[in-house]
Design a protein around this ligand. Sequence first.
Ligand code: ADP
Length: 509
Amino acid sequence: MNEFFEKIKGFFKDEPSFVEAKQLLLKNWEKITPPYLYGILETVRDSVFILDTNWTYLYLNSRALEMVGMESSQIIGKEIWELFPQVKDSEIGKKILIAVNEKRGMQFEEVHQDTERWYDLSVHPSEKYIFILGKEVTSQKKVEKGYESAVSKNRAILNSIPDKLYRIHKDGTVIDYKMFPDFADWETPAQNTDGMFNTMESLFPEDRLDSIRSMIFQVLTLDLTQTVEYSKEEYDGTKFYEARIAKSGNDEVLAIIRNITERKRTEQLKNEFISLVSHELRTPLTSVKGAIELLIGGVAGELSNQAKSLLNICRKNTLRLVRFVTDLLDIEALDSGNINFKYKSYFLEEIVQTSIDGMRTFAEQYHVLLNYVKEAESITVFVDEDRLNHCITNLISNAVKYTPKYSEVMILVGRGDSEAYIKVSDKGPGIDPVFQPRLFHRFTQGAPPKDKLVGGTGLGLSITKGFVEAMKGTIDFETGSDGSTFIIKLPLYETNHFGNFAQGMGANQ
Ligand code: ADP
């Protein structure tokens, strides 16, 4: 453009008329440029500024005019530094100057201090023109800032959690979520920069890997949360961990890993203490009970009625203590796996009969009738007789306590396709829905029966469940305002499968 002006300068009579013509030409520059070009420039989203190499504005599209807040006539043909003298020393001005001097394209973001508006500008110098493209990016910046502050809050939360958090991809790749909270792209070929990726072998003990892998598969397919406990040998001893695994994407799970070594130690101490106390109590209690029974039996001479009734109270309470201590020992044995089941094949209906016979006197005290219904005969089960008896007795005892006076408790024995069942039903008030999830927990008791004074420790159902499950059975219940039914299911004992079955039960026969 400048060359062109130089060439035509001689046609003018003097300098002012040349300047005037030049101004006029510049103002109408757009008219001598193909009109479709302006069409295009109007449609782009950016503000477009075109200047000549003398820093004179040749063209601004309407977005650019909006950006500077001027009319075309106020700006075309004017020099940028004349029009905006403050820009020359500003950061924007310096960068534009560098880009033009070095003849290279440049892009930068700038905030307008007064308006706090953000602009994304790019400068493209050419031989004859300077093209400046700009767009306002204030709202994107706000989103970015919001994102950054969310990310830093997220980091603070993550760092304050004592548990370790890992993302595990279904292919077994592991990434530490606390260290790389922004990691998003599992698809990128595994460049293990900064030790970003790990494998499941580094997290879990080798002998648990297979079961944890199938647990992850389950979590992914069924969208469940699963928990697993494991121990690991570390340089300063054995450590115990609990991993909670939850689905966190189509192909990945989040593992929240908690060090439970301290909890395990405390539990162990508690168990050792309970076990010690129970063992220490059992022997003297047994001899106290024996001595009381001998006294009542008259071994030490005839007793007055008053002495007899006092001794009967002693006997009753000693029996309660013996039962409690036995329960504690059973719980401890179930926990430690140190429990010996004496498995044999039995007719289920006979074991149930024995349990019912043992509970008749108890039921009579509460004015309750025990009604035994056999839906099938000769159902063979492979169980520990004493332990199963304990379970049935416990269910009958609870049913008698909760069923109203002068009503009956029904005990039903039958067989399904692959299992035998025992159902104990009462006509009591049912089990409170709020209490139901904790029914089988230890030392938990619900509301006592309304019209009766009954003892209990809250251990009965948890021991029953432990015993039944050890015998490969299940225990469940149905309850409503007209009564509750507890159902024990046990595998049927098929004599032709004796070997496999017995092995499955852990019997050495
Ligand atoms: P305990 O009988 O020593 O309290 P259990 O473990 O046998 O302990 O029972 C726990 C709780 O379950 C009881 O305290 C009672 O609230 C509830 N429960 C058990 N069986 C029945 C039943 N048949 N009807 C109503 N509630 C029951």
